[in-house]
Design a protein around this ligand. Structure first.
Ligand code: CO8
Length: 263
């Protein structure tokens, strides 16, 4: 992975093909400020461009994934300045610009913008210590970075409506039962370790196929089933043009990872 040094995040390469981004504002429980998000976007874009990186993991600390958008930064914001600067719009770039899979390893608080950041990723792993929530209503506001849309898609309207209207937190265990998190682990360390292992597994596959797989699954969120199926089929057809498909189907029992060409 490319060498990167930042003030509010740490970037490392703990396993082959895996970029790990650790939110690192411990004294503010990883509250998401504009400077933090600019660094996060920069790191994600660099990992996205890096040929040796096949998958990305985002995590926080054992106490907090991220306790929300930085309240101190927002408290004096006016409508005009939020509107004219498109406050928070750039925070959605983890989903719009990053084509490599991102796994969130969530331990501790994932509240407000922290919960939304987790939902911007492709797969959520959490531990039973995780606390999710969209508490914005308690601050006189509403989710602003996709919470009302993504939480509703993930866990259904009635549950999402209850959580967003009451501002009540929910547990890592509930996140697993409701399908927001793909897997729930006992301990934070296990959660991160398993996220890294999954990322390493994905990073070993054909980058062309992985990119296509993420793209078509995400299309299911925007298209109806008929258009989505057609889109999937077109992309499926296109993969017969890749070298990795030829290699992968020549050795059908097990894909010989080192032979994949990224082509
Ligand atoms: N913003 C700024 N600072 C924060 C935040 C935050 N969201 N959360 C915690 N901190 C700071 C505290 O101010 C404190 O700093 P200091 O010691 O300087 O006062 C430090 O982190 C430690 O926090 P606590 O002492 O409160 O720690 P506790 O263990 O007692 O409590 C809690 C932990 C329960 C998580 C508590 O800190 C809390 O309730 N935090 C606020 C949670 C919240 O309301 N989050 C939602 C914010 S609104 C939002 O996210 C809008 C989304 C808009 C879009 C976002 C796009 C991604």
């Amino acid at each position: 992975a490319p060498a990167m040094s930042y003030e509010h995040i740490l970037v490392s390469n703990p396993k082959p093909g895996v970029g790990l981004v650790t939110l690192n504002r411990p004294r503010a429980l990883n509250a998401l400020s504009t400077p933090l998000f600019l660094e996060l976007n920069d790191a994600l874009l660099k990992l996205n461009q890096d040929k040796d990186t096949g998958a990305i993991v985002i995590t926080g600390s054992n106490k907090a994934f991220a306790a929300g958008a930085d309240i101190k930064e927002m408290k004096d914001l006016t409508f005009s300045s939020a509107y004219t600067t498109d406050f928070i719009e750039l925070w959605s770039s983890p989903t719009s610009q990053i084509k490599k899979p991102i796994i969130a390893a969530v331990n501790g608080y994932a509240l407000g913008g922290g919960c939304e950041l987790a939902m911007m990723t492709d797969i959520i792993y959490c531990s039973s210590t995780a606390t999710f929530g969209q508490p914005e209503i308690k601050l006189g506001t509403i989710p602003g970075a996709g919470g009302s849309q993504r939480l509703t898609r993930a866990i259904g309207k009635s549950r999402a409506m209850e959580l967003i209207l009451t501002g009540k937190n929910f547990s890592g265990k509930e996140a697993g039962e409701w399908g927001l998190a793909a897997r729930v682990f006992q301990e934070p360390e296990e959660c991160l370790e398993e996220a890294l292992k999954t990322a390493e597994l994905i990073a070993g596959y054909s980058q062309v196929a992985v990119k296509a797989a993420k793209e078509v699954v995400n299309k299911s969120q925007d298209l109806g089933v008929r258009d989505g199926m057609e889109y999937e089929r077109r992309v499926f057809h296109s993969l017969f043009g890749s070298k990795d498909q030829k290699i992968g189907m020549f050795y059908p029992a097990s894909i010989p990872v080192p032979l994949l060409t990224k082509d």
